[in-house]
Design a protein around this ligand. Structure first.
Ligand code: ACO
Length: 378
């Protein structure tokens, strides 16, 4: 067997062959199935993008109409899932609630028929349809309210905002939200996708695959960074505090949230699109001083850290967009999960097509031949 050098974080080590998405981190290019993210953000919808990621082609008019209808028909969650979620502690993080609820779906649909395209499509539809309902339901139930039923006249994103706020959203806000989902839908071999593929490789069910990926997305170095960005901007408090804050972080070697990326060494193209969306939102619904603070963070960070390739990533502006829509900070990462389910499912399907269970090796650096010390002598 070939022995490879150990690379912490598996940096630069391919974990799979994939045709789902492509990143050029030097040029700031992101493509889904070969289509540039800028084009999808301006022309596509989230469900169409999910279809493209999962089935490798843009759907025809009829295909997308059928897919949208199927997703719409499966948006309600079972009473037993709702009741289970009701018993979760209100103080728990919504990502933990989502992980438990996604896993619980597997209790109802445990049959595994992984080579049957009908099973795959059902699971895709069910997960895409119910994850947003579960996120909105937990939000309402932790405030002591009943969940809102999905609205049959509303499309995917508008319906989610409706279930969350109990009123129909402004069309611009709903479109911007949908674009945010497109931007967060997929991103090559990131930590949660890797986790999804490892789980998929054991041939377990897709609910376990998504639950394990949700757990991985939750950490502050991954999807959880968008929450941390808002906390950071609040802590900075004013544009004039930005420079001393950044200088202090650099001096303490502390990470500035929403900046830096393992792959991008220039500004993440999704951050550029999100910055523009934030501007559109503020133009219509009023300015936000935290946007000025964020832009100043970007300027000072570029000056101080640009030489290291540290620029805004997708999480830097997404939180500001969600915040302006009145979405609570701790729902930012669950919303990221709503989007990323599309990518995880595409990777689940791709993994099944040529599966081999993941079983890497390790570099053992522990002791050998140690004798057992009786407890009285320790
Ligand atoms: N602020 C300040 N310095 C940074 C930052 C940052 N946000 N990110 C990286 N650096 C510096 C490091 O201090 C290090 O400097 P050094 O070489 O002088 O020691 C160098 O850049 C390389 O950093 P690593 O941590 O080795 O980079 P890695 O590729 O392992 O980490 C990561 C990438 C986790 C995204 C990192 O940049 C980070 O922690 N960023 C903040 C958290 C964040 O925004 N995460 C979201 C990422 S996007 C996503 O998951 C959807």
């Amino acid at each position: 067997m070939m022995v490879c050098e150990y690379k912490p974080g598996l940096e630069g080590i391919p974990a799979a062959e994939s045709s789902i998405s492509f990143v050029d981190g030097q040029k700031g290019i992101l493509e889904y199935r070969g289509i540039r993210i800028e084009e999808l953000a301006s022309k596509s919808t989230f469900l169409e993008t999910a279809y493209l990621l999962i089935w490798n082609e843009l759907p025809t008019k009829q295909q997308i109409a059928e897919f949208e209808e199927e997703v719409k028909m499966h948006r309600r969650i079972k009473y037993r899932i709702r009741d289970m979620m009701k018993s979760f502690p209100e103080s728990g993080h919504p990502m933990d609630a989502l992980q438990a609820s996604a896993a619980a779906l597997g209790l109802f649909y445990s049959r595994r028929d992984l080579h049957n395209p009908v099973y795959i499509r059902d699971a895709v539809v069910r997960l895409l349809a119910t994850i947003p309902t579960m996120v909105a339901a937990f939000q309402l139930m932790r405030q002591g309210n009943d969940p809102v039923r999905p609205h049959d006249d509303l499309d995917y994103s508008a319906n989610f905002l409706y279930m969350l706020n109990e009123k129909k959203p402004d069309p611009l806000a709903a479109r911007i939200f949908d674009v945010c989902l497109i931007l967060q839908a997929e991103h090559t071999m990131n930590a949660s996708t890797f986790s999804a593929r490892v789980t998929a490789s054991t041939l377990t069910d897709p609910y376990a695959v998504v639950a394990s990926a949700v757990g991985t997305l939750g950490g502050p170095l991954h999807g959880g960074a968008n929450e941390e960005v808002i906390h950071m901007l609040e802590e900075i408090g004013s544009v004039s505090n930005v420079r001393p804050y950044i200088e202090d972080c650099i001096q303490r070697k502390a990470k500035i949230m929403g900046l830096g990326h393992r792959v991008y060494k220039v500004k993440d193209p999704r951050a550029t699109i999100l910055q523009d969306l934030a501007q559109q939102l503020f133009a219509k619904f009023g300015h936000d001083k935290y946007f000025d603070i964020a832009q100043e963070v970007e300027r000072v960070a570029e000056e101080k850290l640009g030489h290291k390739g540290i620029y805004p990533n997708v999480d830097f502006y997404s939180g500001l967009v969600y915040r302006k829509m009145g979405i609570p900070t701790d729902l930012f990462t669950p919303i990221f999960a709503i989007a990323r389910v599309a990518g995880w499912l595409a990777h689940w399907k791709e993994q099944l097509e040529e599966n081999r269970i993941f079983r890497p090796t390790q570099v053992y650096n522990g002791r050998h031949e140690v004798s057992y010390t009786p407890i009285e002598q320790r």
